[in-house]
Design a protein around this ligand. Structure first.
Ligand SMILES: Nc1ncnc2c1ncn2[C@@H]1O[C@H](COP(=O)(O)OP(=O)(O)OP(=O)(O)O)[C@@H](O)[C@H]1O
Length: 241
């Protein structure tokens, strides 16, 4: 059973082709991470998948009625605007106190409902955005670099929370991250994107191995060495060929 399928997708921004021939599917309950260099089209792919960008070619097929929760890469909030987390969660759709409480608990910040949004730490704000995405009880959670700006322990804790949410709710998760060394333990599948799908596969089953622990924190290179990453082609011309 497929939740969402991307078939032969091409995305253009104006005259510039940023993605081409992208085909992938997501199944219920799996955690898939997209990695790739800056400007490789990761955000564009996610935005096409939620229907915010129209493909130049190909298509996105969503299971009818599929509930998607989306956490964007950036949310600019005016820190001086007085607004509690509770109120923020009711925008634009009013939600009950019970719904808000469950979402904040799932996101790991059960205590912040009365806090001002502008007073939250970066890590707390990311979790509030996650809570907001969880409100519609999504079958697919899409997160675009959700740990940008967090330190490594903060990122690791965030991804553990994502895994716990998947276990608890059974939702599938598609996320973009630059931190393969952190997310690989949480991911069932990794897709390497650079204008097209370069390669994809299971991260190594090493999360509990001492070697993995030793490498945790040594940066992406170490993790990439663990992830079987066999390119069958060269990138002579970059993604926008
Ligand atoms: N709305 C837009 N209009 C014009 N060009 C855009 C638009 N959005 C993205 N681009 C360009 O498309 C390319 C791919 O951008 P995208 O944000 O999808 O990549 P990314 O892999 O998510 O990058 P990053 O890792 O830096 O977030 C970039 O060159 C970007 O400048």
């Amino acid at each position: 059973m497929t939740l969402i399928a991307v078939e032969g997708l091409e995305i253009r921004h104006g005259a510039r082709r940023v993605l081409h021939d992208v085909t992938l599917t997501l199944r219920p309950g799996e955690i898939v991470t997209i990695v790739g260099p800056n400007g490789s089209g990761k955000s564009s792919l996610l935005r096409a998948m939620i229907g915010a960008i129209r493909p130049a070619r190909g298509r996105v097929v969503r299971r009818p009625g599929l509930r998607i929760g989306y956490v964007p890469q950036r949310l600019t909030l005016d820190a001086s605007l007085p607004m509690t987390v509770r109120r923020f969660l009711s925008l634009p759709r009013p939600v009950s106190d019970a719904e808000a409480r469950v979402a904040l608990e799932r996101a790991g910040v059960p205590q912040v409902a009365p806090a001002q949004v502008g007073a939250l730490s970066g890590g707390q704000l990311q979790r509030v955005l996650l809570a907001r995405a969880l409100l519609g009880d999504p079958e697919l959670l899409i997160l675009d670099e959700p740990t940008q700006g967090l330190d490594q322990p903060g990122s690791a804790a965030f991804y553990r929370q994502i895994e716990a949410i998947r276990t608890e709710t059974g939702c599938a998760v598609l996320m973009v991250s630059h931190e393969l060394h952190v997310v690989m333990a949480a991911s069932d599948r990794v897709i390497c994107l650079n204008g097209h799908v370069c390669c994809e596969g299971h991260p190594e089953q090493v999360a509990s191995a001492p070697e993995y622990r030793a490498l945790f924190g040594t940066g992406t290179q170490g993790a990439l060495a663990l992830y079987r990453h066999e390119h069958t082609h060269r990138h002579d011309h970059g993604p926008a060929a």
